[in-house]
Design a protein around this ligand. Structure first.
Ligand code: INI
Length: 154
């Protein structure tokens, strides 16, 4: 029997972060969480590039272009889609989620889903470094684990 698990080392990895400016009072907190985690794992500034996009809807395209450069071992997508009074939220959240998954599968690169999809601002704040943790931190953890696991698969 063989069992494979990813590790969390930041040694020799190159990470791209694609982050939405929309709701940046939340997304910047997700970025803080992701960077905090990466630094603790030994990923330093020269191993990280950050790409800002207007809104979550634009994240998949930029993530795909970034993946195609082949410069990165993994991509972290960060954003906050917060429900409003219209169905707009549903379309943005669904297309962003689907697009990010498509990039991961088509480009065969770990892409972490650090997108909050919440009913209100309070839920977003709770998940951006207050009482429910930091989704950016979790996304950074997931990307390192997946990079390591994929290297083991070869
Ligand atoms: N973009 C977000 O990142 N979060 C949101 O909550 C949001 N809402 O609700 O409208 C949002 N919309 C903008 C969208 O991502 C695009 O940038 C825009 O439609 C232009 O293409």
């Amino acid at each position: 029997m063989a069992e494979y698990k990813g590790e969390f080392s930041g040694k020799d990895v190159k990470i791209a972060i694609v982050i939405s400016r929309f709701n940046d009072f939340i997304s910047s907190k997700l970025l803080d969480g992701a960077l905090d985690y990466l630094m603790r794992q030994g990923v330093y500034h020269n191993q990280i590039d950050i790409y800002w996009v207007p809104g979550a809807f634009e994240i998949p395209l930029v993530a795909k272009k970034v993946a195609k450069t082949k410069k990165y071992d993994g991509i972290i997508c960060l954003g906050a889609v917060i429900r409003g009074d219209t169905p707009h939220f549903n379309f943005v959240a669904a297309e962003t989620t689907k697009g990010i998954a498509q990039v991961m599968l088509s480009e065969e690169i770990p892409v972490a889903y650090g997108i909050l999809t919440t009913d209100n601002v309070d839920q977003a704040i709770e998940r951006a470094g207050t009482k429910a943790g930091n989704k950016g931190w979790q996304a950074a953890e997931a990307v390192l684990e997946m990079i390591s696991l994929l290297k083991k698969i070869g």
